[in-house]
Write a protein that binds this ligand. Structure first.
Ligand code: G6P
Length: 591
């Protein structure tokens, strides 16, 4: 959940390249940042708390001299957010520096052992043990970097990727259950957590396998396995579009990505990669499981309801962090649909690994076709919605829904219709709802600035949207929000409602409409402020956001947009950065 980058090349000074790469990967963690460069045989480290641009401004990171180097943005797991815990970490003699992503589970034992041997630790991180282990084994092996890396990796338990710079001019990295990719150009070599770290310079990459160790020396790279055998890995050409991630005319990536949904909506439907095979797996399966985390879990919940309601296919949906505990109940001939924008979420990868061990087939829905999840899957389809930089998922959620609709349409023999004209119409309607932007901003601005609780009510297929809307409000605006199945209100949550509560009701005119109106009346009589999302105005609403009319099953796609915009404007009203919510990271690669 941190980003790591290593650079060895002739392009230029290392520091500006490293800083630029880190800015591109900041979504992976952004509480502190640091780089280390090698200059005239000395490793120089500069690091501090804050986002890349802030720390760069304060410390002039990009002026650090040196031709090769490493860099890091952190999402704290072990040790508080402070300068000392920021990466890179030095070995005792400062002849090695390390950046790390992941968790070293046995760091405590290693730290005690190394401290007893005389190593001095300067941080509270688990990562620092790597620098000291490298130092220990480079001494023992007489600076043989290959042996040093192998011995160090042998001692580490957990899921990790790290990159180290040695004062003899070598950069080396290892990948054990966290991503690490080599970027190769005629001028330079990169080691990076994400292709975004080097895509500006090259589209040629090698995705390392688990257990791979790589050494970059001058213009050459060598990959070997954890026993030291040299291995070859295929060269992959990454799509350049992945790197197109400018904010354009928008103040934030999040707002840009919300507004992009008119165009990204149809893209997953055009991408036919493996779709027929994907559906065949589902058609043949005796049991279907769906798993994902955060927003991807919410789309999985809707997927389950759509499959059951419109395709008469039963499935079970589990949060990925929970699924591992039920993998022993997976029966023969099961298929798991794993949903993950990044394809790198550790909870998802872990649950999929456990499901695979039972013999289940894995079909996945990912945005990044080169991701670990895609590569672990028997079949995958892609969202094709371009890079999503805002930490809170918006356009990727919509694209996940579109793929789920496409699946349901295929399995329901077109009962759920996604014919050309309907899709065109849907696209127009989405743009119409996005046109409510000003109205929604004014509505949010008119609300009390000290809102403590927001409840979102929905029934049936609108309930997962209530959950996703409340997740967006929590993530972006740090306000307590809860999605509630409207019928459950009277079984407990009603006790929470008072004159200070804000309640959003998702209430299109369908089979759920009248029941939700009753719930809204019950809430209104307790003094709460009610915002209605519907295609029919009702006097119970204090504020009304008008939804256009669509086929009943497509309402979720429309409903989520006002909720995304509300969350965004709540964040703006609170003056917090919607693109980089505190304590969160876009790609959570730790369990
Ligand atoms: C993180 C992000 C969430 C996201 C979740 C799953 O927790 O903060 O916004 O929904 O990961 O991400 P994935 O890439 O697996 O869809």
């Amino acid at each position: 959940m941190c980003s790591i980058i290593g650079y060895s090349g002739k392009l230029n000074l290392a520091a500006p390249l490293l800083v630029d790469s880190l800015k591109k990967m900041e979504y992976r963690g952004y509480d502190s940042v640091g780089i280390a460069t090698l200059n005239n045989g000395n490793i120089m480290v500069s690091k501090g708390v804050g986002k890349v641009a802030e720390v760069d401004k304060e410390l002039n990171l990009n002026r650090l001299p040196g031709q090769i180097g490493i860099g890091h943005t952190r999402w704290a797991t072990h040790g508080g957010v402070n300068d000392k815990n920021a990466h890179p970490h030095y070995s005792c003699t400062s002849n090695i520096a390390v950046v790390h992503n992941g968790i070293i589970e046995n760091y405590h034992e290693l730290k005690t052992e190394l401290a007893n041997e005389g190593h001095i630790f300067k941080s509270q991180t688990d990562s620092e043990v790597i620098a000291h282990l490298l130092e220990k084994y480079s001494r023992i092996s007489n600076n043989d970097i290959k042996k040093t890396m192998i011995e160090t990796c042998k001692n580490l338990k957990g899921s990790f990727a790290f990159v180290a710079v040695f004062d003899n001019g070598i950069i080396s990295g290892a990948r054990f259950d966290e991503p690490l990719i080599i970027g190769i150009s005629s001028q330079a070599l990169f080691l990076s957590s994400d292709v975004l770290g080097f895509l500006k310079h090259t589209d040629k990459s090698i995705f390392l396998d688990n257990g791979d160790i790589v050494i970059l020396e001058n213009d050459n790279y060598t990959i070997f396995d954890d026993s030291g055998n040299v291995v070859q890995r295929p060269l992959t050409q990454v799509a350049w579009e992945l790197g197109s991630s400018e904010k354009g005319k928008f103040a934030h990536y999040t707002l840009k990505e919300i507004h992009e949904q008119t165009s990204t909506l149809l893209k997953p439907l055009n991408d036919s990669n493996d779709f027929a095979t994907f559906c065949e797996y589902l058609q043949r399966a005796s049991n279907i499981y769906i798993t994902g985390s955060g927003t991807s879990y919410n789309s999985g919940l809707l997927g389950k309801l759509l499959l059951s309601k419109y395709a008469r296919k039963k499935s079970e949906v589990y949060m990925s962090s929970e699924f591992q505990y039920f993998s022993d109940t997976i029966e023969p001939n099961s298929v798991v649909i794993a949903i993950s924008q990044s394809g790198e979420t550790a909870d998802v990868l872990h649950s999929v690994k456990k499901a695979k061990e039972t013999g289940a087939k894995i079909v996945s829905i990912v945005n990044i076709p080169t991701s670990s999840l895609a590569r672990m899957s028997d079949s995958y389809v892609t969202l094709n919605c371009g890079p999503e930089i805002g930490v809170a998922a918006t356009k990727s959620f919509m694209s996940q829904l579109m793929i789920l609709y496409k699946i349901v349409s295929t399995l329901s023999n077109q009962y759920v219709s996604l014919e050309g004209s309907e899709l065109k119409n849907l696209q127009n309607l989405i743009s119409k709802v996005l046109g409510l932007d000003d109205k929604i901003r004014n509505l949010i601005n008119s609300l009390d600035s000290n809102i403590k609780d927001i409840y979102i009510l929905g029934r049936s297929i609108h309930y997962p949207i209530a959950l996703e809307g409340s997740l967006k409000i929590k993530e972006l605006a740090y306000i307590h929000a809860e999605g509630i199945a409207a019928g459950e209100l009277k079984h407990g949550p009603l006790a929470l409602i008072d004159q200070e509560s804000v309640v959003i009701v998702i209430n299109p005119v369908d089979e759920t409409h009248l029941d939700v109106i009753s719930s809204a009346n019950e809430i209104k009589s307790r003094g709460a402020y009610i915002i209605g999302l519907s295609n029919l105005r009702n006097e119970v609403y204090d504020a009304f956001i008008e939804l256009p009319k669509v086929a009943d099953y497509l309402y979720p796609v429309i409903e989520i947009i006002p909720l995304q915009l509300m969350s965004y404007y709540l964040a703006i009203k609170k003056q917090v950065d919607p693109d980089y919510p505190r304590n969160l990271a876009k790609s959570v690669t730790v369990k």
